[in-house]
Design a protein around this ligand. Structure first.
Ligand code: HEC
Length: 220
């Protein structure tokens, strides 16, 4: 069964989930877009998806016989939401979209409501998984704006992002080197425009750094 489904489900997860369902905390899930951790994703799948899709993804979970249409059997490799030609597998973005938005008119839930309440973060992921290369830069720009909002929340004072970071105490704000690194990339995107090329792979790496900072502070 496709480990990609684990990974993409894991990306949507965040501690914010606890807001909706206090008993269903997901603190153990620490996925990042690049390093997306298959073990964490598998746990998530077992918790939220097996009742319909079954342990092995065969669409034979305990709830399967009560829903119509039946949950998808992933081993058949048939997907409705696809930007790829008929008979081919969906892209990561297609999977992200269908898991986020669900399949209206069926019991397949829109998981974005449940797995991450942070809309800005969902927007970052949406840009990151986009098929359009220009969006990958927007993912970094948006993540950087989130980081600045986090710095404000943490009480860092200053006019600009850099001023705020300069006041940070490296003893307390352990993510300082990561924050400088990603912000420098964001600045290149903002200042060099189309001269600066950013691959999706690099965008994922950078967004993963933002993500690790956000998770440290329970921001997503
Ligand atoms: C309450 C039952 C239920 C649960 C829980 C559920 N699904 Fe589904 N899922 C469905 C059904 C039903 C379909 C197929 C609908 C159809 O055939 O139109 C489906 C289809 C899908 C598809 C195929 C989409 C496509 O483009 O064809 C994916 C991928 C998927 N589910 C992933 C997940 C993941 C990941 C989870 C857990 C986070 C999950 N599902 C949890 C019922 C469920």
């Amino acid at each position: 069964m496709s480990p990609r489904i684990f990974l993409i489900a894991a990306l949507l997860a965040s501690s914010a989930f606890a807001g909706d369902a206090p008993k269903m905390k997901m603190e153990s899930v620490r996925a990042t877009p690049v390093a997306a951790d298959p073990a964490a994703g598998k746990k998530l799948y077992q918790r939220w998806c097996t009742q319909c899709h079954g342990d092995e993804g065969k669409g034979d979970g305990p709830a399967a016989e009560f829903v119509y249409p039946r949950p998808r059997d992933f081993t058949l490799a048939l997907f409705k939401v696809r930007s790829t030609p008929s008979g081919q597998l969906p892209t990561d973005h297609d999977l992200f979209k269908v898991i986020s938005e669900g399949l209206p008119g069926t019991s397949m839930p829109a998981w974005n409501k449940y797995l991450s309440e942070n809309e800005r973060w969902r927007k970052v992921l949406d840009y990151l998984f986009s098929a359009n290369g220009a969006d990958w830069k927007l993912a970094v720009i948006e993540a950087d704006a989130m980081l600045e909002a986090l710095l404000d929340q943490l009480g860092f004072k200053g006019e600009t992002f850099s001023d705020k970071l300069k006041t940070a105490d490296p003893e307390k704000f352990h993510s300082l080197p990561a924050a400088w690194e990603v912000h420098a990339i964001r600045n290149r995107i903002a200042h060099e425009g189309s001269e600066f090329s950013l691959s999706q792979h690099e965008a994922k790496r950078v967004v993963a750094l933002y993500e690790s900072i956000f998770r440290q502070y329970g921001y997503i």
